[in-house]
Design a binder for this molecule. Structure first.
Ligand SMILES: *Cc1c(COP(=O)(O)O)cnc(C)c1O
Length: 378
């Protein structure tokens, strides 16, 4: 790689929010208004999001993790309950269960989409199993036609951690409509951002009522300010975040199209390399691209490839590091290597490449060039 292209590479971020002048204005207006919390922007954001997803209720909160935690509480999961969850996910999917003392039971994933393997899911059901924490990994919907009948058959609740899948569709239906309730997250590396933020979406009136109360210190909707009906939290979304959310949601479809285009540029450029596999997208889904993750062939050593790319000025991430192998989980749950063969095999070979709305063809060229150079010395 030449010195010149190295200079151009320096400065490609791993991820980047897409902020417009209208976004800036929307936030500034709220700051000037003086109404910074529990106001009309949060209400508007919830209405817009419920309409976009096609559900009855949306409850905005301070993060995706807070959204998951409130659902675990609303569905009454606690000590003695087992909850099926993938290990190939972000720690929040599992932590939300641990906060309440529910036991995560790790399920292996499918070798193509990296989503829950329905067969392993059913095999791990016991008389203690209460629910499934579904994760639509990297924005690819899970195989709902296999998972929903299993939940039905055994009477299991479903939380869909769809924090990576805003705008994704399964057989023409938006993700967020499946399961008892679903969550989205708006950290700046997600498809759209509110800074920090998250939201619960559901058709279930009781789940909406409970989570709305718990995010606001357990207050009832009609009660006095210092009347607390139940244990609650301060998980409220502030008005600046909600205003940014409203403004970003207007452009979400544009964002998704831009991301699809960048993903296609990567995939076309990678086609023909035998040593790396682009992400697999099933024909019956609309992928909502959260990250762009490639998988190295078995036998290639991933970590030196990442280090070499870093040296060439290209940031990468090892997405995901399996949760059942994290130190605190090993210690608490006695998990370890050998439990989840597919998860362990792919997690050792996956690399997230730089990915955001405005990556150019030239950037893609340089990133793939760096990947090829790094892989040739691994
Ligand atoms: C981003 C994400 C979350 C929520 O993250 P926050 O930082 O708390 O908003 C939860 N689960 C998954 C799978 C995620 O990718």
């Amino acid at each position: 790689m030449t010195q010149r292209s190295n200079e151009k590479l320096a400065g490609i971020p791993m991820a980047a929010p897409d902020i417009s002048e209208a976004d800036v204005q929307a936030v500034a207006e709220v700051v000037r208004s003086g109404r910074l919390a529990l106001g009309p922007k949060t209400v508007a954001f919830e209405q817009d999001m419920a309409e976009y997803i096609g559900v009855k209720h949306a409850v905005a909160v301070s993060s995706g993790t807070a959204a998951l935690h409130l659902l675990v509480r609303a569905l009454n999961m606690g000590p003695g309950d087992e909850v099926l969850v993938p290990s190939f996910t972000f720690a929040a999917s599992v932590n939300a269960l641990l906060y309440e003392g529910a036991k995560p039971v790790f399920v292996d994933v499918e070798p193509e989409t990296y989503n829950l393997n329905p067969q392993d899911l059913e095999d791990k059901i016991t008389y203690r199993t209460k629910a499934i924490m579904v994760v639509d990994v990297f924005g690819h919907p899970v195989e709902w036609d296999s998972i929903l009948p299993i939940a039905d058959k055994y009477g299991l609740k479903i939380i869909d951690d769809s924090c990576e899948a805003l705008g994704a569709e399964y057989k023409g239906r938006k993700i967020g409509q499946f399961g008892d309730a679903a969550t989205f997250a708006f950290y700046p590396n997600k498809q759209m951002t509110t800074g920090e933020g998250g939201i619960i979406v559901t058709d279930n009136d009781e789940i909406a009522r409970l989570t709305r109360s718990m995010r606001n210190q357990g207050r009832g909707e009609m009660g006095a300010w210092l009347e607390h009906e139940r244990l609650g939290y301060n998980y409220r979304m502030d008005e600046m975040s909600a205003a940014l959310g409203v403004s970003q949601l207007h452009r979400l479809e544009t964002f998704l199209v831009k991301r699809e285009r960048v993903a296609q540029m990567y995939t076309e450029r990678l086609r023909g390399f035998s040593w790396v596999r682009p992400p697999v997208v099933k024909p019956h889904v609309r992928m909502s691209w959260f990250v762009y993750v490639v998988t190295l062939a078995e036998g290639l050593n991933r970590d030196p490839v990442m280090r070499k790319m870093e040296a060439l000025g290209v940031p990468t991430r090892a997405y995901f590091a399996p949760i059942h192998l994290q130190p605190y989980i090993r210690e608490q749950l006695g998990t370890g290597r050998g439990m989840l063969p597919v998860t362990e095999s792919i997690a050792a070979r996956t690399i997230a490449l730089p990915f955001h709305n405005n990556l150019t063809k030239e950037h893609v060229e340089l990133v793939v060039g760096a990947l090829a150079e790094a892989a040739s010395v691994a």
